[in-house]
Design a protein around this ligand. Structure first.
Ligand code: GLA
Length: 416
């Protein structure tokens, strides 16, 4: 009995001491006294209820960026119709940085961004778009610029003051840092700003962020960097099919507010055929992937524009259910992927990875649907075409390195 009383007393004294304790050494100045609040279940930030859409400078321009390019791209996103189709975040990737000032505040590269980041964000906002910025959890970014390590709260406050709506947070030069802890720190720093900032975790999948990212960030990279090729690996980079194969088992982890990110789009960057780009775009839509264009929007071809602006395909990506497609059938180079859509329809994709065009057959039983069911297929790459009525199975020719993409709807009994 006496030991229980002693335990209770100790618990009381320790609790009071903790309540009066100063912030832990090295804690950010805006962290409440006594350290972080007691562990309540962490909740998501409520953003990105459908996969984020926008444009990012990296895939096409790398470090060769400046404020004129970003402004012109924002203009082109509006003029081309991309904004109306849903592309909203204009994201500057690596290499916008200069050095930190004497107080540790990060400054932009004064030659490339002479008007400053706030003016640029204001311009992007004035076009009805949102503004995104980039940093890194390590000492340096992948491009060798100052990273946010040890400056997380200061940087988050700076981005918020500039008007950022999106942060891509990279993973170069992180040494022995723990990914979960590092992304949690920046997530908390972003929340402390009280600004809505989508958090894009660019950890490349090494620490399996899909297992812990749901309440920390809104999207997480699942692989190394995409490069503008249909298939193949080069150093840290992977082609479209190589990335696709890494996504096949990750469907349980995607949903409104938290998405697997197979990396940004290469559509229009010149390394693939238009057929391959249509397949890349369709596959990313099936995967409920963020649709972050990475091309030179101000100078894109009509074919590139037609791909990026296909509203039927975008609607698959942006479906409110947020269910990532599963690979439901595979035979060598031929695959069928399917995802349920809100309201009972499905998106179905036939993929031909081979070097020749080939007939492919969709069987309703591959979708766990009865053979006797009557359904319609709307070909999403033939906008305006009449829906195909089918029962049991349907055969079509799929181009080499290409897809056929359908919206499948069950014909109601009353319409039979
Ligand atoms: C990493 C990322 C890329 C890009 C570059 C910038 O490789 O994965 O998406 O941000 O860094 O240096």
């Amino acid at each position: 009995m006496r030991s229980i009383v002693r335990l209770l007393l100790m618990w009381l004294v320790c609790g009071m001491a903790a309540a009066q304790a100063p912030p832990p050494a090295g804690a950010p100045p805006d962290m409440p006294a006594g350290g972080p609040p007691p562990a309540a279940p962490r909740v998501a930030n409520g953003l990105a209820l459908t996969p984020p859409m926008g444009w990012n400078s990296w895939n096409r321009f790398g470090c060769n960026i400046n404020e004129t390019l970003i402004r012109q791209t924002a203009d082109a996103i509006v003029a081309s119709g991309m904004k109306d189709a849903g592309y909203q975040y204009v994201i500057i990737d690596d290499c916008w940085h200069g050095q930190r000032d004497a107080a540790g505040n990060i400054q932009p590269d004064a030659t490339r961004f002479p008007s400053g980041i706030k003016a640029l964000a204001d311009y992007v906002h004035s076009r009805g778009l949102k503004f995104g910025i980039y940093s890194d959890a390590g000492e340096r970014t992948c491009g060798g610029k100052p990273g946010s390590r040890g400056h997380e709260y200061q940087d988050a406050a700076q981005y918020a003051a500039w008007g950022a709506d999106y942060l891509k947070y990279d993973w170069c030069n992180t040494g022995t840092e723990d990914a979960h802890a590092a992304y949690l720190t920046m997530s908390d720093a972003l929340r402390a700003t009280n600004r809505d900032i989508v958090f894009s975790m660019c950890e490349w999948g090494t620490a399996k962020p899909w297992l812990w990212g749901e309440t920390i960030g809104n999207l997480w990279r699942t692989s190394g960097d995409i490069y503008d090729h249909w298939q193949g690996k080069k150093a840290f980079m992977l082609g479209v099919l190589d990335i696709l194969d890494l996504q096949a088992d990750l469907y349980p982890y995607a949903g409104p507010g938290h998405w697997n990110d197979p990396d940004m789009l290469e559509v229009g960057n010149g390394g693939m055929t238009d057929t391959e780009y249509r397949a890349h775009f369709s596959l990313w839509a099936m995967l409920a992937a963020p649709l972050i264009a990475g091309n030179d929007v101000a100078n894109m071809s009509a074919a590139t524009r037609a791909i990026l602006l296909n509203r039927d395909v975008i609607a698959v990506d942006q479906d409110a259910l947020g269910a990532q497609a599963r690979r439901v059938w595979k035979n060598g180079d031929f695959e069928i992927w399917a995802r349920p859509l809100k309201g009972g329809a499905r998106a179905v994709l036939l993929l031909n990875r081979s070097a020749q065009a080939a007939p492919m057959t969709l069987q309703l039983r591959d979708l766990q649907l009865p053979d006797a069911l009557r359904v319609t297929l709307r070909d999403l790459w033939k906008p305006g075409s009449a829906p195909i009525r089918m029962k049991g199975h349907y055969t079509t020719t799929v181009p080499s390195h290409g897809v056929a993409l359908y919206r499948l709807a069950i014909v109601p009994e009353s319409a039979l």
